[in-house]
Design a protein around this ligand. Structure first.
Ligand SMILES: [Zn+2]
Length: 233
């Protein structure tokens, strides 16, 4: 089976991470799932964005987590992506970066409260921050456990991946998702901008809290869900 179109989209999404300056060097990675085919495609490990071609993109089995096609080793974060696809059944693409402001909030172990409508247009509530991984989780199956800690946080707090397309992993960095890889990159870019605005807002007014629910509802629900009316149909 050829996964050419999937590889092309994932290659383009990884280059986009670099183009929109969400990652320096080779730090970020993007993937996209084809649920009908039972596979996902992900960035190869340690390959420069400029030199990456669709042929370099490895294909991973959704069922086993093993590589089924491609010469290159997949990203070291592959098992985190794999776990997210299995627990969040409505997502189509995942992105991980160490973008500066989002990572700063993750390092501060702080969720990002909804301080305004820029946030509410994309994230329906605070952008969550997981608990830190334990020593045993870090020394064991670290990347898989990172995915499990994200899933645990959503489950425990009754959060929906479809309403909150991103998360901060404590002492680490953000993961974002979307209906495909390119949309996951866009959500990563929005998360970074929201994190930057929140940092500046809290510096200007340290006592400011989250916006009222009705303002968040207005902005989120006019763009998402059954009664959305933003855009060109
Ligand atoms: Zn990382």
């Amino acid at each position: 089976m050829s996964y050419q179109a999937l590889k092309e989209r994932v290659c383009a999404a990884n280059k986009e991470i670099n183009r929109v300056q969400l990652a320096i060097l080779t730090w970020g990675n993007a993937s996209e799932v084809d649920r009908e085919a039972g596979v996902f495609a992900i960035k190869p490990s340690g390959v420069d964005y400029d030199e990456m071609t669709p042929d370099d993109i490895p294909i991973i089995s959704l069922e086993t987590g093993e590589k089924v096609e491609g010469k290159m080793n997949p990203s070291s974060d592959t098992e985190t992506h794999w776990h997210l696809y299995r627990v969040f059944e409505d997502i189509g693409g995942v992105v991980h970066t160490h973008s500066t402001y989002a990572t700063a909030w993750a390092q501060a172990h702080r969720e990002i409260p909804c301080l305004g409508t820029t946030h509410a247009d994309t994230f329906y509530g605070s952008i969550p921050c997981t608990r830190p991984l334990t020593q045993a989780e870090i020394e064991g199956a670290y990347e898989l456990n990172t995915g499990k800690v994200i899933a645990e946080h959503f489950e425990k707090n009754g959060l929906k991946a479809g309403e909150l397309p991103g998360v901060l992993v404590s002492s680490h960095a953000p993961f974002t998702w979307g209906t495909n890889a390119m949309k996951a990159v866009v959500n990563g870019r929005i998360l970074e901008e929201v994190a930057r605005m929140a940092s500046i807002t809290q510096e200007l007014n340290p006592g400011i809290g989250a916006v009222d629910q009705y303002l968040m509802d207005k902005h989120y629900l006019r763009k998402h869900g059954a009664n959305a009316y933003y855009g060109q149909n």
